[in-house]
Design a protein around this ligand. Structure first.
Ligand code: BT5
Length: 343
């Protein structure tokens, strides 16, 4: 599909010129740049520059200086600036179109809409904060401002709907690899969509698709990762964590996002060319939940306890019940069997 030269602006996305200003300041963090120079470079008036600097400050970016002295950025802000991201994603299918929001209800909601409006394969929707981030089956995803990665990828894959579950596994593996490389820690994956650090949930994936019985029209893979949260809200603190909480220091989100998208592209291409088998094999190899684990499974139909018995060829989880019967689970929540008493 040809790239659109002049895509329509999406309501609420960060202004292109505000992004240009942020990119300019971020690339020259030590330099004081005069308001006049900025105005010239971006093509607006000095008073507009001043207005935007005020807006950036309001968004938590620490810009020093004033119209007469010039501006500089105190610390390169950890904002997922589309221009910087795009440059680091050259050569991949992602980033040709990036919709960036400082705040949005849900990046998956926006990406599904973009899919319906014909936006191209590889479109990214990114937010610094979500006011209604969503999990599966109507649950909420806590999306603290500036602390996590809240990202949705629009895909137009040549896959059948049956192959779609493998996409979630592929995204989980991409998060797994990116987090391992970035943190030096060893994550785990809890089927189907949770990446864990030290037994707590670090990341979740929400795959939503628009399909006909034999053909996927488009898929949105939504990924949330807790990166620099200093703590989790009380109701999540026993089961959720962040990379910062586990490593004791902050991590550059942009670097993590680039690793994640590069990894995801590799797995995605593998899935499209070879089918689910290699993804399923790798998932089975890295997930401590895939085989021989006593778990409790909650599905829409009910709850039972059993022992995991690997994945089937399309990536569904097989579980041997205590009476010997084997169940194949299409969608559900897995928890430790010993936790059963708490539910
Ligand atoms: C998920 O659902 O894990 C999918 C989360 C997907 C979030 C991304 S962010 C970008 C994109 N845009 C969206 O609107 N969503 C996607 P599920 O397996 O249903 O888990 C949800 C449960 O995880 C909640 O009920 C909480 O118990 C817990 N939870 C909520 N926020 C969390 C967080 N930040 N970290 C860890 N656990 C969380």
């Amino acid at each position: 599909m040809p790239a659109k030269n002049n895509p329509r602006p999406t309501p609420g996305t960060t202004d292109k010129q505000l992004i240009a200003l942020l990119a300019l300041l971020s690339e020259n963090p030590m330099l004081v740049i005069s308001g006049e120079k900025i105005a010239k470079e971006i093509g607006v008036t000095r008073s507009t520059v001043w207005r935007w600097i005020t807006r950036l400050r309001g968004l938590g970016v620490r810009v020093k200086g004033h119209p007469n002295s010039g501006y500089h950025i105190e610390r390169v802000p950890d904002v997922l600036v589309p221009d910087l991201l795009r440059r680091q994603l050259t050569g991949t299918a992602f980033g040709k179109r990036i919709l960036h929001f400082f705040k949005v209800d849900s990046t998956n909601r926006v990406a599904l809409e973009a899919g319906q409006q014909g936006d191209p394969h590889g479109t990214l929707v990114i937010a610094e904060e979500q006011s209604a981030g969503r999990g599966r089956t109507g649950r909420a995803w806590h999306s603290e401002k500036g602390s996590g990665i809240y990202l949705s990828i629009l895909l137009r894959p040549t896959l059948t709907p049956v192959q779609a579950p493998a996409l979630t596994l592929a995204a989980g593996l991409a998060v797994y690899d990116a987090v391992a490389e970035q943190s030096g820690l060893k994550p785990d994956i809890r089927w189907p969509n949770d990446v864990m650090l030290n037994g707590k949930k670090l990341s979740g994936i929400l795959t939503e698709m628009y399909a006909e019985p034999d053909r996927i029209k488009f898929v949105v893979v939504g990924i949330g990762i807790n990166v620099n949260h200093a703590k989790m809200p009380a109701e999540l603190s026993s089961m959720a964590t962040s990379m910062r909480m586990e490593t004791g220091h902050v991590h550059p989100r942009i670097e993590l996002a680039v690793r994640l998208l590069r990894r995801f592209e590799t797995y995605y291409n593998q899935l499209v060319t070879e089918g689910p088998a290699p993804i399923v094999a790798r998932f089975t190899a890295v997930s401590s939940y895939a085989k021989g684990r006593r778990i409790r499974v909650a599905t829409g139909q009910g709850t039972f306890i059993g022992t995991t018995a690997g994945l089937d060829p399309s990536g569904l989880l097989c579980i041997t019940r205590d009476d010997g019967r084997t169940e194949t689970v299409l969608a559900g929540d897995i928890s430790e069997a010993s936790d059963a008493a708490h539910h």
